[in-house]
Design a binder for this molecule. Structure first.
Ligand code: NAP
Length: 338
Protein backbone atom coordinates (compact mmCIF):
# COMPACT_ATOMS: atom_id res chain seq x y z
CA UNK A 1 0.00 0.00 0.00
CA UNK A 2 1.14 3.52 -0.77
CA UNK A 3 2.43 5.39 2.26
CA UNK A 4 0.88 8.86 2.21
CA UNK A 5 2.28 9.85 5.61
CA UNK A 6 3.40 13.50 5.45
CA UNK A 7 2.64 13.60 1.70
CA UNK A 8 0.53 16.15 -0.16
CA UNK A 9 -1.86 14.93 -2.80
CA UNK A 10 -3.91 17.03 -5.23
CA UNK A 11 -7.00 15.82 -7.09
CA UNK A 12 -8.09 17.76 -10.17
CA UNK A 13 -11.86 17.28 -10.43
CA UNK A 14 -11.87 16.52 -6.72
CA UNK A 15 -15.55 17.47 -6.36
CA UNK A 16 -16.64 14.90 -8.97
CA UNK A 17 -17.88 11.41 -8.17
CA UNK A 18 -14.45 9.78 -8.35
CA UNK A 19 -12.72 12.73 -6.66
CA UNK A 20 -15.07 12.59 -3.68
CA UNK A 21 -14.64 8.82 -3.34
CA UNK A 22 -10.85 9.22 -3.48
CA UNK A 23 -10.94 11.97 -0.87
CA UNK A 24 -12.98 9.76 1.47
CA UNK A 25 -10.59 6.84 0.94
CA UNK A 26 -7.47 8.92 1.56
CA UNK A 27 -8.77 10.74 4.63
CA UNK A 28 -10.07 7.53 6.22
CA UNK A 29 -7.17 5.20 5.38
CA UNK A 30 -4.29 7.70 5.47
CA UNK A 31 -5.09 10.11 8.33
CA UNK A 32 -1.42 11.13 8.50
CA UNK A 33 -1.53 12.58 4.99
CA UNK A 34 -0.17 16.12 5.13
CA UNK A 35 -2.58 17.68 2.68
CA UNK A 36 -5.38 16.69 0.31
CA UNK A 37 -6.10 19.47 -2.17
CA UNK A 38 -9.30 19.60 -4.21
CA UNK A 39 -8.80 21.49 -7.49
CA UNK A 40 -11.91 22.39 -9.52
CA UNK A 41 -13.87 25.36 -10.88
CA UNK A 42 -17.26 25.54 -9.20
CA UNK A 43 -17.21 27.15 -5.75
CA UNK A 44 -20.65 25.79 -4.92
CA UNK A 45 -19.54 22.15 -5.31
CA UNK A 46 -16.48 22.88 -3.17
CA UNK A 47 -18.60 24.64 -0.56
CA UNK A 48 -20.95 21.62 -0.37
CA UNK A 49 -18.09 19.15 -0.16
CA UNK A 50 -16.49 21.20 2.63
CA UNK A 51 -19.69 20.74 4.71
CA UNK A 52 -18.94 17.00 4.87
CA UNK A 53 -15.43 17.64 6.18
CA UNK A 54 -15.42 20.25 8.99
CA UNK A 55 -12.03 21.94 9.19
CA UNK A 56 -11.54 21.07 12.88
CA UNK A 57 -11.82 17.33 12.05
CA UNK A 58 -10.06 17.42 8.67
CA UNK A 59 -7.38 20.11 8.80
CA UNK A 60 -5.52 18.31 5.99
CA UNK A 61 -8.24 19.10 3.43
CA UNK A 62 -7.83 22.21 1.25
CA UNK A 63 -9.93 23.59 -1.58
CA UNK A 64 -8.42 25.39 -4.53
CA UNK A 65 -10.58 27.04 -7.21
CA UNK A 66 -8.99 26.67 -10.63
CA UNK A 67 -9.43 25.52 -14.19
CA UNK A 68 -7.16 22.92 -15.78
CA UNK A 69 -7.17 25.18 -18.84
CA UNK A 70 -5.08 27.64 -16.80
CA UNK A 71 -1.48 26.40 -16.57
CA UNK A 72 -0.30 29.15 -14.21
CA UNK A 73 -3.06 28.35 -11.74
CA UNK A 74 -2.02 24.69 -11.82
CA UNK A 75 1.61 25.68 -11.17
CA UNK A 76 0.47 27.66 -8.14
CA UNK A 77 -1.68 24.77 -6.88
CA UNK A 78 1.07 22.15 -7.41
CA UNK A 79 3.62 23.96 -5.18
CA UNK A 80 4.57 21.53 -2.40
CA UNK A 81 2.46 18.72 -3.88
CA UNK A 82 3.91 15.18 -4.09
CA UNK A 83 1.17 13.33 -5.95
CA UNK A 84 -1.44 14.41 -8.50
CA UNK A 85 -4.56 12.52 -9.55
CA UNK A 86 -5.97 14.06 -12.71
CA UNK A 87 -9.72 13.35 -12.77
CA UNK A 88 -11.08 16.66 -14.16
CA UNK A 89 -12.74 16.17 -17.53
CA UNK A 90 -15.71 16.80 -19.73
CA UNK A 91 -17.16 13.29 -19.96
CA UNK A 92 -20.57 13.39 -21.63
CA UNK A 93 -20.39 12.03 -25.18
CA UNK A 94 -23.21 14.09 -26.78
CA UNK A 95 -22.07 17.33 -25.08
CA UNK A 96 -18.53 16.78 -26.35
CA UNK A 97 -19.86 16.15 -29.90
CA UNK A 98 -21.81 19.41 -29.81
CA UNK A 99 -19.05 21.49 -28.14
CA UNK A 100 -15.84 19.98 -29.54
CA UNK A 101 -13.63 23.02 -28.88
CA UNK A 102 -14.61 23.08 -25.21
CA UNK A 103 -13.96 19.36 -24.80
CA UNK A 104 -10.52 19.67 -26.44
CA UNK A 105 -9.64 22.63 -24.20
CA UNK A 106 -10.47 20.72 -21.02
CA UNK A 107 -9.47 17.16 -21.87
CA UNK A 108 -6.45 17.73 -24.15
CA UNK A 109 -5.08 21.15 -23.27
CA UNK A 110 -5.95 20.50 -19.62
CA UNK A 111 -3.80 17.34 -19.75
CA UNK A 112 -0.92 19.28 -21.36
CA UNK A 113 -1.20 21.94 -18.67
CA UNK A 114 -1.15 19.36 -15.86
CA UNK A 115 2.03 17.83 -17.32
CA UNK A 116 3.72 21.20 -17.83
CA UNK A 117 2.80 22.29 -14.30
CA UNK A 118 4.29 19.06 -12.90
CA UNK A 119 7.58 19.79 -14.66
CA UNK A 120 7.66 23.27 -13.12
CA UNK A 121 7.13 21.95 -9.59
CA UNK A 122 8.25 18.94 -7.54
CA UNK A 123 5.40 16.53 -8.20
CA UNK A 124 6.65 12.94 -7.94
CA UNK A 125 3.82 10.78 -9.23
CA UNK A 126 0.80 11.45 -11.46
CA UNK A 127 -2.15 9.21 -12.29
CA UNK A 128 -4.50 10.37 -15.05
CA UNK A 129 -8.01 8.97 -15.47
CA UNK A 130 -9.00 7.48 -18.80
CA UNK A 131 -12.03 5.57 -20.08
CA UNK A 132 -12.86 2.56 -22.23
CA UNK A 133 -14.11 5.10 -24.79
CA UNK A 134 -10.44 6.07 -25.38
CA UNK A 135 -9.76 2.62 -26.84
CA UNK A 136 -10.25 2.73 -30.64
CA UNK A 137 -12.37 5.86 -30.16
CA UNK A 138 -15.37 6.68 -32.34
CA UNK A 139 -16.50 9.85 -30.55
CA UNK A 140 -14.76 13.09 -29.61
CA UNK A 141 -14.83 12.38 -25.88
CA UNK A 142 -12.98 9.10 -26.47
CA UNK A 143 -10.58 10.74 -28.92
CA UNK A 144 -9.69 13.51 -26.45
CA UNK A 145 -9.12 10.96 -23.68
CA UNK A 146 -6.91 8.87 -26.00
CA UNK A 147 -4.92 12.03 -26.75
CA UNK A 148 -4.68 12.72 -23.04
CA UNK A 149 -3.47 9.14 -22.43
CA UNK A 150 -0.81 9.57 -25.11
CA UNK A 151 0.34 12.85 -23.54
CA UNK A 152 0.71 11.29 -20.08
CA UNK A 153 2.48 8.18 -21.41
CA UNK A 154 4.88 10.31 -23.51
CA UNK A 155 5.56 12.69 -20.60
CA UNK A 156 7.75 9.93 -19.13
CA UNK A 157 10.09 10.32 -22.13
CA UNK A 158 10.70 14.03 -21.72
CA UNK A 159 11.24 14.22 -17.98
CA UNK A 160 15.04 14.22 -18.16
CA UNK A 161 16.55 13.44 -14.75
CA UNK A 162 13.36 14.14 -12.87
CA UNK A 163 12.13 11.12 -10.86
CA UNK A 164 8.51 11.92 -11.76
CA UNK A 165 6.35 9.03 -12.98
CA UNK A 166 3.17 9.41 -15.06
CA UNK A 167 0.63 6.62 -15.57
CA UNK A 168 -2.96 6.16 -16.72
CA UNK A 169 -5.93 4.25 -15.32
CA UNK A 170 -8.56 3.20 -17.87
CA UNK A 171 -11.90 1.81 -16.83
CA UNK A 172 -15.52 1.44 -17.93
CA UNK A 173 -18.90 2.66 -16.74
CA UNK A 174 -19.02 3.42 -13.06
CA UNK A 175 -22.13 1.78 -11.67
CA UNK A 176 -24.92 4.32 -11.23
CA UNK A 177 -22.79 7.37 -12.09
CA UNK A 178 -24.62 10.40 -13.53
CA UNK A 179 -25.88 9.86 -17.06
CA UNK A 180 -25.46 6.06 -16.94
CA UNK A 181 -28.12 3.53 -17.89
CA UNK A 182 -29.13 2.33 -14.40
CA UNK A 183 -30.45 5.66 -13.03
CA UNK A 184 -32.06 6.25 -16.44
CA UNK A 185 -33.98 2.94 -16.36
CA UNK A 186 -34.90 3.46 -12.69
CA UNK A 187 -36.50 6.75 -13.65
CA UNK A 188 -38.25 5.37 -16.73
CA UNK A 189 -39.64 2.12 -15.37
CA UNK A 190 -42.93 3.67 -14.25
CA UNK A 191 -43.78 4.30 -17.92
CA UNK A 192 -44.22 0.58 -18.75
CA UNK A 193 -41.65 0.67 -21.61
CA UNK A 194 -37.86 0.87 -21.58
CA UNK A 195 -35.92 2.14 -24.60
CA UNK A 196 -33.11 -0.25 -25.63
CA UNK A 197 -30.64 1.20 -28.10
CA UNK A 198 -29.51 -2.22 -29.36
CA UNK A 199 -30.54 -5.59 -27.90
CA UNK A 200 -26.94 -6.88 -28.30
CA UNK A 201 -25.39 -3.97 -26.41
CA UNK A 202 -22.99 -4.76 -23.54
CA UNK A 203 -21.01 -2.61 -21.13
CA UNK A 204 -18.25 -3.08 -18.58
CA UNK A 205 -19.23 -2.52 -14.97
CA UNK A 206 -17.03 -1.15 -12.19
CA UNK A 207 -17.97 0.19 -8.77
CA UNK A 208 -16.72 3.56 -7.59
CA UNK A 209 -14.61 1.72 -4.99
CA UNK A 210 -13.15 -0.44 -7.78
CA UNK A 211 -12.08 2.78 -9.54
CA UNK A 212 -10.58 4.18 -6.33
CA UNK A 213 -8.64 0.95 -5.71
CA UNK A 214 -7.16 1.08 -9.21
CA UNK A 215 -6.03 4.67 -8.87
CA UNK A 216 -4.37 3.88 -5.54
CA UNK A 217 -2.73 0.80 -7.11
CA UNK A 218 -1.35 2.87 -10.00
CA UNK A 219 -0.13 5.58 -7.63
CA UNK A 220 1.75 3.00 -5.56
CA UNK A 221 3.07 0.71 -8.29
CA UNK A 222 3.58 2.59 -11.55
CA UNK A 223 7.03 2.51 -13.14
CA UNK A 224 6.02 5.08 -15.75
CA UNK A 225 3.91 4.95 -18.91
CA UNK A 226 1.53 2.10 -18.03
CA UNK A 227 -2.15 2.17 -18.94
CA UNK A 228 -3.79 0.08 -16.22
CA UNK A 229 -6.97 -1.79 -17.20
CA UNK A 230 -9.11 -3.64 -14.65
CA UNK A 231 -10.52 -7.12 -15.10
CA UNK A 232 -14.20 -6.38 -14.50
CA UNK A 233 -17.49 -8.04 -15.41
CA UNK A 234 -19.77 -7.00 -18.27
CA UNK A 235 -23.52 -6.80 -18.41
CA UNK A 236 -26.06 -6.95 -21.21
CA UNK A 237 -28.24 -3.84 -21.39
CA UNK A 238 -31.27 -6.11 -21.78
CA UNK A 239 -30.35 -7.79 -18.45
CA UNK A 240 -30.22 -4.37 -16.76
CA UNK A 241 -33.72 -3.74 -18.11
CA UNK A 242 -34.89 -7.17 -16.84
CA UNK A 243 -33.28 -6.55 -13.45
CA UNK A 244 -34.93 -3.16 -12.98
CA UNK A 245 -38.30 -3.69 -14.66
CA UNK A 246 -39.02 -7.32 -15.62
CA UNK A 247 -42.56 -6.46 -16.66
CA UNK A 248 -41.69 -3.49 -18.87
CA UNK A 249 -41.73 -3.85 -22.63
CA UNK A 250 -38.23 -3.40 -24.15
CA UNK A 251 -38.45 -1.13 -27.19
CA UNK A 252 -35.46 -1.05 -29.56
CA UNK A 253 -34.76 2.59 -30.47
CA UNK A 254 -31.45 2.25 -32.36
CA UNK A 255 -27.85 2.97 -31.49
CA UNK A 256 -27.00 6.61 -30.77
CA UNK A 257 -24.28 8.62 -32.55
CA UNK A 258 -20.85 7.94 -31.05
CA UNK A 259 -21.97 4.71 -29.32
CA UNK A 260 -20.48 1.23 -29.73
CA UNK A 261 -22.38 -2.04 -29.28
CA UNK A 262 -19.47 -3.35 -27.17
CA UNK A 263 -16.99 -1.11 -25.32
CA UNK A 264 -13.33 -1.95 -25.83
CA UNK A 265 -10.43 -1.75 -23.36
CA UNK A 266 -7.64 -3.54 -25.22
CA UNK A 267 -7.49 -4.06 -29.00
CA UNK A 268 -5.49 -6.76 -30.86
CA UNK A 269 -3.02 -4.00 -31.84
CA UNK A 270 -2.39 -3.31 -28.13
CA UNK A 271 -1.77 -7.00 -27.45
CA UNK A 272 1.94 -6.79 -28.32
CA UNK A 273 2.48 -4.51 -25.32
CA UNK A 274 -0.19 -5.82 -22.93
CA UNK A 275 0.72 -7.77 -19.80
CA UNK A 276 -1.50 -9.69 -17.43
CA UNK A 277 -0.85 -8.62 -13.82
CA UNK A 278 -3.45 -10.91 -12.22
CA UNK A 279 -6.03 -8.41 -11.01
CA UNK A 280 -5.32 -5.95 -13.83
CA UNK A 281 -3.94 -5.77 -17.35
CA UNK A 282 -1.41 -3.13 -18.22
CA UNK A 283 -0.63 -1.74 -21.65
CA UNK A 284 3.03 -0.81 -21.53
CA UNK A 285 4.54 2.07 -23.48
CA UNK A 286 6.46 1.25 -26.66
CA UNK A 287 9.50 3.07 -25.22
CA UNK A 288 10.48 3.12 -21.57
CA UNK A 289 13.51 3.70 -19.39
CA UNK A 290 13.18 0.53 -17.32
CA UNK A 291 13.78 -3.14 -18.12
CA UNK A 292 10.85 -5.32 -19.23
CA UNK A 293 12.51 -8.34 -17.60
CA UNK A 294 12.70 -6.52 -14.25
CA UNK A 295 9.08 -5.42 -14.65
CA UNK A 296 7.91 -8.99 -15.38
CA UNK A 297 9.79 -10.31 -12.38
CA UNK A 298 8.57 -7.60 -9.99
CA UNK A 299 4.88 -7.90 -10.91
CA UNK A 300 4.74 -11.55 -12.01
CA UNK A 301 3.54 -10.15 -15.34
CA UNK A 302 2.97 -12.25 -18.44
CA UNK A 303 2.52 -11.04 -22.02
CA UNK A 304 -1.00 -11.71 -23.35
CA UNK A 305 -1.29 -13.85 -26.53
CA UNK A 306 -0.87 -12.11 -29.90
CA UNK A 307 -4.20 -10.76 -31.11
CA UNK A 308 -5.69 -10.72 -27.61
CA UNK A 309 -8.67 -8.37 -27.33
CA UNK A 310 -10.62 -7.35 -24.24
CA UNK A 311 -14.05 -5.90 -24.80
CA UNK A 312 -17.38 -5.97 -22.99
CA UNK A 313 -18.74 -8.45 -25.58
CA UNK A 314 -15.96 -11.06 -25.37
CA UNK A 315 -15.58 -10.89 -21.58
CA UNK A 316 -15.53 -14.16 -19.63
CA UNK A 317 -17.14 -12.58 -16.55
CA UNK A 318 -20.79 -11.44 -16.60
CA UNK A 319 -23.28 -9.88 -14.22
CA UNK A 320 -26.58 -11.77 -14.17
CA UNK A 321 -30.04 -10.29 -13.63
CA UNK A 322 -29.79 -11.36 -9.96
CA UNK A 323 -26.29 -9.97 -9.34
CA UNK A 324 -27.33 -6.73 -11.05
CA UNK A 325 -30.25 -6.38 -8.63
CA UNK A 326 -27.95 -6.86 -5.66
CA UNK A 327 -25.43 -4.36 -7.04
CA UNK A 328 -28.13 -1.77 -7.72
CA UNK A 329 -29.24 -2.06 -4.09
CA UNK A 330 -25.64 -1.83 -2.83
CA UNK A 331 -24.33 0.93 -5.09
CA UNK A 332 -27.20 2.94 -6.55
CA UNK A 333 -30.39 2.85 -4.50
CA UNK A 334 -30.68 0.95 -1.20
CA UNK A 335 -34.48 1.14 -1.38
CA UNK A 336 -34.60 -0.56 -4.79
CA UNK A 337 -37.32 -3.23 -5.14
CA UNK A 338 -38.90 -4.79 -8.22
N1 NAP B 1 -18.03 8.21 -14.38
C1 NAP B 1 -17.69 7.24 -15.22
O1 NAP B 1 -18.50 6.35 -15.56
C2 NAP B 1 -16.28 7.19 -15.78
C3 NAP B 1 -15.90 6.05 -16.49
C4 NAP B 1 -14.60 5.99 -17.01
C5 NAP B 1 -13.74 7.05 -16.83
N2 NAP B 1 -14.14 8.19 -16.16
C6 NAP B 1 -13.18 9.29 -16.02
O2 NAP B 1 -12.96 9.50 -14.64
C7 NAP B 1 -12.71 10.88 -14.39
C8 NAP B 1 -13.61 11.38 -13.28
O3 NAP B 1 -14.95 11.17 -13.66
P1 NAP B 1 -16.15 11.55 -12.68
O4 NAP B 1 -17.24 10.56 -12.96
O5 NAP B 1 -15.64 11.74 -11.30
O6 NAP B 1 -16.56 12.97 -13.30
P2 NAP B 1 -17.54 14.08 -12.71
O7 NAP B 1 -18.33 13.54 -11.59
O8 NAP B 1 -18.25 14.68 -13.89
O9 NAP B 1 -16.53 15.17 -12.12
C9 NAP B 1 -15.73 15.97 -12.94
C10 NAP B 1 -14.90 16.87 -12.06
O10 NAP B 1 -14.03 17.63 -12.88
C11 NAP B 1 -14.17 19.02 -12.54
N3 NAP B 1 -13.87 19.78 -13.75
C12 NAP B 1 -14.50 19.75 -14.93
N4 NAP B 1 -13.92 20.58 -15.80
C13 NAP B 1 -12.88 21.16 -15.13
C14 NAP B 1 -11.91 22.12 -15.49
N5 NAP B 1 -11.87 22.67 -16.72
N6 NAP B 1 -10.99 22.48 -14.58
C15 NAP B 1 -11.01 21.95 -13.33
N7 NAP B 1 -11.91 21.04 -12.94
C16 NAP B 1 -12.84 20.65 -13.83
C17 NAP B 1 -15.60 19.14 -12.03
O11 NAP B 1 -15.78 20.25 -11.15
P3 NAP B 1 -16.16 21.73 -11.71
O12 NAP B 1 -17.24 21.53 -12.72
O13 NAP B 1 -16.57 22.45 -10.49
O14 NAP B 1 -14.91 22.28 -12.28
C18 NAP B 1 -15.70 17.86 -11.23
O15 NAP B 1 -15.06 18.03 -9.99
C19 NAP B 1 -12.90 11.61 -15.72
O16 NAP B 1 -11.62 11.85 -16.27
C20 NAP B 1 -13.67 10.62 -16.58
O17 NAP B 1 -13.34 10.77 -17.93
C21 NAP B 1 -15.39 8.26 -15.62
Amino acid sequence: MLDLKHKSILITGGTGSLGKALTKEILSKHPEVRRVIIFSRDEQKQFQMAQDYPERDYPQLRFFIGDVRDEQRLVRAFKGVDYVIHAAAMKHVPIAEYNPDECIKTNVMGAQNVIHACFQTNVQRVVALSTDKACAPINLYGATKLTSDKLFVAANNIKGDSPIVFSVVRYGNVMGSNGSVIPFFLKKRGEGKLPITDPNMTRFNISLQGGVDMVMHALANSWGGEIFVPKIPSYKITDVAKAIAPNCEQVTVGIRPGEKVHEEMITPSDSFYTYDLGKYYTILPATHKWSIDDFKLRFNASLVPNGFAYNSGNNSEWESVDTLRTLIREHVDNTFEI
